[in-house]
Ligand binder design. Structure first.
Ligand code: HEM
Ligand code: HEM
Length: 346
């Protein structure tokens, strides 16, 4: 009997050690492919962060007076507290117009190789001017933004504090700089997957580990890797099999519009999968509401892999481990309009 017990203990011991080393191998592999989200905002080159600049950027992010109608702010389409998205297929912009693409999250956008689904803006600073002047988003002009902000007395002091020692700090460039500095604070560290990458075996459960193994083994990782589990490169949507027009509308050729290179037709930035469980609907078209379906589509379109239900479930479990601590943002008190402040345009 005693012998049996010892034999059983030995066998269990081997099993446990065996499991532990298999898990560690997976962890090591993951550590070579991905990186945890840092706990502090990264520095932006040529745009040093200060508390005053961050606060100004936050004010601008929430101020609807930056739009022509005074009805929309950055937060209308990238809602803090809701994954940094609007949960719409395509966003509702100026005069209830719908844009052509789904709004990606602003969370962790600072880590992307470039901004927008087609990477047409090189960084957050370059991006921030885009929605302000986009006719289906905020529909204003750089000149009007400045006229508007100069018409709100509190902003003069806020810009002077954020950009000290500058003769005329209230410029469109500085609007973009301040917004970018605020956006760089919108990061989501401490996801279960980050804790795993930092060495905690318990951070992922067995299903999530099985999903991670599939994510690596099936080849998702070829395009979704690095700090954002994506967002670092471009690829055709439909490397193996182009999805139907209901998911990949033929009139949006993605990066082709930026590079005018034939091989860039239907090429998009491989999406970041950070917080992906919080940000339906999926793809640049926003046509897919179920993350499991998005995973299955990717299997077919990018890898030619017909993932079975169990595999889709496990990969989806793993994607759930990418939800990090959401930014806690105290709403700014915006400087009041006065009698002479430019009014909303209908
Ligand atoms: C894309 C920030 C206003 C809808 C983006 C991205 C950022 C951003 C950083 C790129 C994210 C990425 O590529 O991962 C801002 C800021 C805004 C603003 C700072 C205010 C100045 C808006 C508004 C709307 C909107 C008001 C909706 C009416 C979109 C859409 C995209 C996008 C549809 C994707 C467009 C494309 O890829 O062609 N925004 N956004 N944004 N935003 Fe905004
Ligand atoms: C988008 C997962 C493989 C390139 C996405 C999205 C998910 C996903 C969930 C939508 C994200 C969102 O809209 O927020 C996966 C999984 C894969 C896989 C689970 C493995 C089964 C790949 C591979 C490539 C790739 C191998 C590159 C060859 C892309 C691109 C997009 C994307 C370009 C953006 C598509 C668009 O909307 O235009 N992926 N992916 N993916 N993925 Fe993958």
């Amino acid at each position: 009997m005693r012998q049996l017990c010892i034999a059983t203990m030995f066998a269990l011991g081997c099993l446990c050690t065996g499991q532990a080393s298999a898990q560690s191998a997976l962890m090591k592999q993951a550590q070579g492919l991905f990186k945890p989200i840092p706990t502090t905002a990264p520095a932006l080159p040529g745009n040093a962060a200060t508390p005053a600049k961050q606060e100004l950027g936050k004010m601008l992010y929430f101020d609807t007076r930056l739009s022509e109608s005074h009805a929309l702010s950055c937060n209308s389409c990238h809602m803090i507290g809701m994954g940094g998205v609007d949960l719409q297929e395509t966003s509702l912009g100026h005069r209830w117009q719908h844009g052509g693409r789904n709004a990606p999250t602003v969370y962790n956008a600072v880590f992307e190789v470039a901004q927008f689904w087609d990477g047409r803006a090189k960084d957050l600073e370059a991006q921030a001017g885009g929605p302000l002047v986009n006719p289906v988003e905020m529909d204003t002009t750089p000149e009007h933004v400045i006229e508007q902000l100069k018409g709100i007395p509190g902003y003069t002091a806020a810009f002077a504090k954020a950009f000290p020692g500058v003769a005329d700090p209230l410029t469109f460039d500085n609007v973009r700089k301040a917004i970018a500095v605020f956006e760089a604070t919108l990061i989501t560290p401490n996801a279960a997957f980050d804790r795993y990458l930092k060495g905690s075996e318990e951070a992922l459960d067995a299903n999530q580990k099985a999903g991670l193994e599939l994510f690596i083994g099936k080849g998702c990782v070829a395009c979704h890797n690095g700090i954002n589990v994506g967002g670092s490169m471009y690829a055709a949507f439909g490397v193996i099999e182009r999805p139907g027009a209901e998911i990949l509308p033929p009139d949006d050729k993605g990066r082709f519009a930026v590079t005018k290179t034939a091989s860039d037709a239907y090429v998009f930035r491989a999406a970041s999968l950070r917080n992906v469980a919080l940000t339906p609907p999926y793809f640049h078209s926003g046509k897919v509401w179920d993350l499991r379906q998005a995973v299955a589509i990717m299997g077919n379109s990018q890898l030619g892999a017909d993932l079975n239900d169990g595999e889709v479930d496990r990969i989806t479990d793993f994607l759930g481990s990418l939800t990090g601590d959401q930014p806690q943002v105290m709403l700014p008190i915006l400087p009041p309009s006065v009698a002479t402040t430019p009014r909303p345009k209908p």
